[in-house]
Design a protein around this ligand. Structure first.
Ligand code: NAD
Length: 299
């Protein structure tokens, strides 16, 4: 299949490479000339604009930072909608707000292009390994068409409902993750302060009702899990800036429907404070530092 892939960053580049490995023909575009050149070397054709990339494609996939970039890439003068043939499905895998997705889907529908949102979880490791989870918002028939292509980049490809619901799933999952990481941070720091060995505490939590991914796989307390970012000064992993972005999307979406997010709002402020201190590139589990001394002990 001939695929147009736009947005070759930390996630998009390895995803595009996996599509090449799955023997698809790719035309790619990115504002960053180096990113474009790297994919050309890997076997893709380069385009000068989203419009040109989309012109011959049987499917268009975008993986961009935020809603403003997605809107520009689809609706700009040299955007996807200006170049794509009618009937060709458009898939945005960026993490953006459901309202923008539905607005773009309505624009695309007017010229006969079905639109799906397909945000991912699994991070850059999952993008490289081709093991991402795709949360797809699409009509059932469109989902059937997309599934074989998305399976070339992910292990779990799940239909969440109609267009927009993929982003709803993504936002709700990351709302839980952002809050649970703060809960585990608070409890681990309190336990240390009250004198328990933190490895023993983590062991108890992980066989008790406090257990969650933030405690048993990604525990934020240094020295508890060798493979977690806490073991390497919170480098790598899922940046606090990205968590802050996702919590912003959750809080904005909640405001639009007058749904209270008591903990979501507080969590957003804690990651915002982390980013303000200059730690936005650190893994989000570094949020525990707000409870610890600089040397890693309790405050
Ligand atoms: P990134 O910043 O590394 O890459 C974005 C790419 O888009 C860059 O190469 C940039 O040059 C390109 N770009 C920006 N504007 C453009 C335009 N107008 N036209 C063409 N290209 C343009 O971001 P990323 O980490 O790859 O994340 C992409 C999306 O995936 C984001 O929405 C993010 O929230 C989401 N996401 C990221 C992760 C992660 O761990 N990095 C995990 C899950 C979801």
């Amino acid at each position: 299949m001939h695929i147009a892939f736009i947005g070759l960053g930390n996630m998009g580049a390895p995803m595009a490479r996996n599509l090449l490995k799955a023997r698809h023909t790719l035309t790619v575009f990115d504002l960053n000339a180096q990113a474009l050149a790297a994919l050309r070397e890997a076997g893709a054709s380069g385009a000068d604009s989203p419009r040109q990339a989309a012109a011959e494609a049987d499917i268009v996939i975008t993986m961009l930072p935020a809603a403003a970039h997605v809107r520009g890439v689809y609706t700009g003068e040299n955007g996807v909608l200006a170049g794509v043939r009618p009937g060709v499905p458009l898939v945005d895998s960026s993490t953006i707000d459901p309202a923008t997705v539905r607005e773009l889907a309505a624009l695309a529908a007017r010229q006969g292009n079905p639109f799906a949102d397909a945000p991912v979880s699994g991070g850059t490791g999952g993008a490289q390994a081709g093991t991402l989870t795709f949360m797809v918002g699409a009509e059932a028939a469109l989902f059937e068409r997309l599934q074989p292509v998305l399976s070339g980049m992910g292990r779990n490809v799940v239909r969440c409902g109609d267009t927009g619901t993929g982003q709803v799933a993504k936002i709700c999952n990351n709302l839980i993750l952002g809050i649970s990481m703060i809960g585990v941070s608070e409890a681990m720091a309190l336990g240390a302060r009250l004198g328990i060995d933190t490895t023993v505490l983590a062991g108890i939590v992980n066989t008790s009702t406090g257990r969650c991914w933030s405690s048993d796989t990604y525990n934020p307390y240094p020295g508890v899990i060798d493979t977690a970012p806490a073991a390497r000064g919170y480098s790598g992993g899922f940046g606090a800036e990205l968590m802050l972005k996702d919590l912003g999307l959750a809080n904005d979406a909640a405001r639009a429907v007058r749904q209270p997010l008591f903990l979501g709002a507080l969590a957003q402020q804690l990651y915002q404070a982390m980013c303000q201190r200059g730690d936005g590139q650190l893994d989000f589990s570094g949020v525990i530092r707000q409870y610890l001394d600089a040397d890693g002990g309790t405050a």
